[in-house]
Design a protein around this ligand. Structure first.
Ligand SMILES: *Cc1c(COP(=O)(O)O)cnc(C)c1O
Length: 231
């Protein structure tokens, strides 16, 4: 068995275990393979091994892979900061955007998209200056403002946890996002069902799942890095 396949199986076991600990169903969790640090070749291998959700955080990376990988079975996620002027380059090549964090970006999507696009609103739960995202206090007003944008469908919330090994901090960030998600979903906004939670990366996806993640974005732990030399 190749290294890649072993890593995928290992992660799958961790996900199963996290589901068991928290009484969740495995089917309710989507694994997004974050391929920003690996080649198109490696990305194809990941897809061939059955992971059909792929995430990129730069227009160049997304478009390069999109060009070579035509399979209609693959769902493409844009997970990073996107400059408004780059929206037109990527909007027709993605199924889901995880980083909606400002009205100017929403306006650009509204202008460029030809069909409604599923978006996660990025929330800066930890309040770190370095992180983008809407502040929890402003979230409700932000979602309300999006009601007039018929090209945007807010399917959920996304956050990046702080870079720490402290499990309690991670748990508290993820659980805060879940509470916000519950509040927003309860508001029953037609354009913002807000039922999903994009949270958890290589180092913290198990905790994120225990706290309710529906989408985990896993890079290095799943696809490795190009330099290590695969297989
Ligand atoms: C790179 C990245 C990931 C994956 O990070 P890993 O630690 O490699 O799993 C997830 N989400 C976002 C937004 C990223 O930029």
């Amino acid at each position: 068995m190749g290294k890649l396949q072993e890593r995928i199986q290992h992660i799958e076991r961790e996900i199963q275990a996290a589901c068991e600990r928290s009484g969740r169903n495995r089917e309710d969790i989507t694994v997004i393979a974050v391929t920003k640090q690996v080649s198109t070749e490696r990305t194809k291998e990941v897809i061939d091994l059955g992971i059909l959700h792929v995430g990129e955080n730069r227009p160049e990376g997304l478009l390069a892979k999109r060009q070579d990988i035509q399979s209609s079975a693959v769902c493409w996620h844009y997970i990073g900061n996107v400059q408004s002027r780059k929206v037109k380059e990527v909007i027709h090549d993605i199924h889901c955007l995880h980083s909606l964090d400002r009205i100017s970006l929403a306006k650009e999507i509204q202008k460029r998209a030809s069909a409604p696009i599923d978006c996660f609103v990025q929330v800066n739960v930890s309040g770190e200056q370095s992180k983008s995202g809407v502040s929890p206090d402003e979230l409700r007003a932000f979602l309300q403002q999006l009601a007039t944008f018929d090209k945007i469908r807010v399917i959920g919330l996304m956050t990046m946890a702080p870079f720490t090994e402290d499990q309690d901090v991670l748990k508290s960030v993820f659980s805060s996002l879940r509470q916000l998600r519950d509040e927003m979903a309860a508001a029953n906004m037609e354009h913002a069902p807000c039922t999903q939670l994009s949270m958890g990366m290589s180092n913290d996806f198990a905790i994120a799942i225990e706290e309710g993640a529906t989408h985990v974005r896993i890079g290095t732990a799943l696809v490795g890095t190009e330099s290590e030399g695969e297989q």
